[in-house]
Structure formats: structure tokens, C-alpha cells
Design a protein around this ligand. Structure first.
Ligand code: SF4
Length: 340
């Protein structure tokens, strides 16, 4: 057996700090997930990531604060209008504050993400952020994961205490979703123009996505200077329109994660690489971020993902430690040792 020399040349260049081109990334994604080439790609991405980030990792947490039939109608999401089976409801602001306090009490959580569906009450979200900022004055960063918003709204979120937004152009946006590509990109631009951190991800990856599609989608995050990139696979949510297309393995997800991590050498702003849901293969393939999740979750059919698909903070810390990370990034400065 001989490793493909084209891959060896690509990986040689990445070890010199030269990011792979779009064509290089597509070539790396075309190898079978169980091939020696994919294993080598993952190994090099892991080594480069550990050196780049000082073998430090980051724990983030997300609270899904509402369940509504969502007009985005994404074909993979348990909340999509027309196919959701979840009963609508929303967390009261006091409940959100209590959950955020509990999630962050033990220390290592770098940021709390507040997630809504596509249609959301903007003023209510701003009020919640303000109260959360008051409750956690020196605590974790606050990030929103919500529907589209304009530049004025991005500035208002920043003024309220938001430091960043998770916003992506999904794979096959506008085809597998009923959302506008132009609107999604306009929101991403508003995030950056307002001076907010952009959290991006290659998602939701399914078996049908070609290397070229994955490359086009992942480079959007790099083009806009995201602070976090990553990869997430589509979960086969029962009754969702795309469930019949199947699900990629954690090994394939790790391969995509590795390519994202190597491509991210082109983006100096990046501080971490995520893999969703967190798993040991991805965290030894270039990823160094793990999300704890609670409340609503587009990948879950339970009202509260805690204890089902969603990992807790302690489980994330443990998984990162088992993956060999020695330090956790602290919210307001550099690095703190993980709690034991
Ligand atoms: S992924 Fe988001 S935008 Fe799409 S249906 Fe689910 S909640 Fe709505």
C-alpha cells in the first residue's frame, strides 16, 4: 500500500503553514473515510491544531430557549413547520437565567449560546441578553444563534452584551430549507460589520453532499473571518423530510472536521474548531471545542435535550481531557486549567 503522493504534497504544505486550496480540500474529502489517506489527513490536522492552539480546548454551552414550528422548514430539523411533533413553548426569562447560572457555575464554560428558531421576538431576546449580562458580569461570553437580523439589530445585540453570533449558510440552503441564501449572507455580513464574533460551521453534512458542495459551504465562514469553524453531521430526526437520506459516520464527520481545520489555516481570526456532536474521533482530528446543550435542540425529538442527545458541561470537560487537551480557554483572557 502506498499513500497517494498528491495528498502527501498537500499535507507537506500545510505543515509549513500553507493552507490547502479549494481544490486541495475537495481532493482530501474525496478519499474514503476509512482510507489511509483520510487517517493521515486527520492525524496532521490534529497535530497542527494542537500546536496552533497550544493544546488547549474550549467548552461552550447552548440553551435552546424556545420550541415553535419554525418557518425555516429545514428538512433535517425537529422544529421545522409541517413536520415537527414538538409542542410549542418557551422558557421564561428567569428559567433561562437559572439554567445559564447552573451551566456556568463550575467555571470552564467559555460562552453561553442562546438559540431560538428562525422567527423570534427580537426585543425579548435583547432583554434576556441584558439580564444575563447583569447576572454574569465577568462570566462567559454571550452568543446568539437565532434567525436573520439586520445591521441595526446586530449593533443592538452588541450593545446589550452579545459578543458573537452563530450564523451559517447551510449546505443546500434554499433547497433543503425555505430560507433565503441572500438573507443568510446579509446577516453574516451584519454580524461582522457590527464587530461581533462570527461562529460558523460546515453543516448539516449528509451522505449525499459532494466534496465540492462541502468546500463551497465551508469557505463562506473563512471568507467572512469566523472565530470558530467546525463540522456537524445531519442526524436522522424521525419524520423529518431528509431522514431517509441517511447519516454519515463519526469517522466521515472527523474527516470533514480535519479538512475544515486545515482549511482554517487561512483564517487568522480562528480560535477553535468544533465537532458536533462532540466525540473522541473528531476531537483527535483537529477539533478542540465541545458544546454542552440543554433545552430545545434541532437534532433531538425530546423537549429538553439534556440527558438525551445533549452532553453536560462535565461530560464535555471529561471528553476533552480524554482526547489529550491540557488546558481550557477562559472566557475573558487566555487559558485556565481544567477543573478536576
Ligand atoms: S434549523 Fe433553525 S431555521 Fe431551520 S427549521 Fe430548525 S429552527 Fe428553523
Amino acid at each position: 500500500m502506498k499513500i497517494d503522493t498528491r495528498l502527501l504534497k498537500i499535507l507537506d504544505r500545510t505543515q509549513e503553514g500553507i493552507p490547502p486550496s479549494r481544490q486541495d480540500c475537495a481532493a482530501m474529502l474525496a478519499y474514503p473515510a476509512a482510507s489511509a489517506e483520510a487517517s493521515m489527513t486527520r492525524a496532521i490536522a490534529d497535530a497542527i491544531g494542537r500546536e496552533r492552539f497550544g493544546n488547549s480546548a474550549v467548552v461552550l454551552s447552548q440553551i435552546g430557549i424556545e420550541i415553535q414550528p419554525c418557518p425555516g422548514r429545514c428538512g433535517f430539523c425537529s422544529l421545522g413547520e409541517n413536520h415537527t411533533r414538538l409542542t410549542p413553548g418557551a422558557m421564561a426569562p428567569d428559567e433561562i437565567l437559572a439554567i445559564a447560572g447552573s451551566l456556568t457555575a463550575s467555571g470552564p464554560v467559555y460562552a453561553v449560546f442562546l438559540m431560538t428558531t428562525h422567527r423570534f421576538d427580537f426585543r425579548q431576546l435583547v432583554r434576556t441578553v441584558e439580564r444575563l449580562r447583569d447576572k454574569l458580569p465577568r462570566g462567559p461570553r454571550i452568543v446568539v444563534n437565532t434567525g436573520d437580523f439586520n445591521l441595526d439589530q446586530a449593533r443592538a445585540l452588541k450593545e446589550a452584551g452579545v459578543s458573537g453570533a452563530y450564523h451559517i449558510l447551510r449546505l443546500r440552503e434554499g433547497k433543503d430549507t425555505e430560507l433565503s441564501v441572500e438573507q443568510r449572507l446579509a446577516t453574516i455580513k451584519a454580524v461582522r460589520d457590527a464587530g461581533l464574533d462570527l461562529y460558523y460551521c460546515c453543516e448539516p453534512i449528509g451522505p449525499e453532499h459532494t466534496p465540492e458542495e462541502i468546500v463551497d459551504q465551508l469557505f463562506v465562514g473563512l471568507d467572512y473571518g469566523c472565530v470558530q469553524h467546525g463540522a456537524m453531521r445531519r442526524v436522522q430526526v424521525p419524520d423529518s423530510p431528509l431522514a431517509a437520506l441517511g447519516q454519515i459516520t463519526e469517522l466521515r464527520l472527523a474527516q470533514v472536521t480535519a479538512v475544515v481545520a486545515l482549511a482554517s489555516l487561512a483564517c487568522r481570526e480562528i480560535r477553535s474548531i468544533g465537532v458536533h456532536e462532540p466525540n473522541p474521533v473528531g476531537l483527535t482530528s483537529g477539533a478542540n471545542a465541545a458544546f454542552a446543550e440543554t433545552g430545545a435542540n434541532p437534532r433531538d425529538t425530546e423537549r429538553d435535550t439534556t440527558g438525551n442527545r445533549g452532553l453536560g458541561v462535565d461530560a464535555c470537560v471529561m471528553m476533552l481531557r480524554e482526547a489529550g487537551f491540557e488546558r481550557l480557554m477562559a472566557p475573558n483572557s487566555g487559558i485556565a486549567c481544567p477543573s478536576t
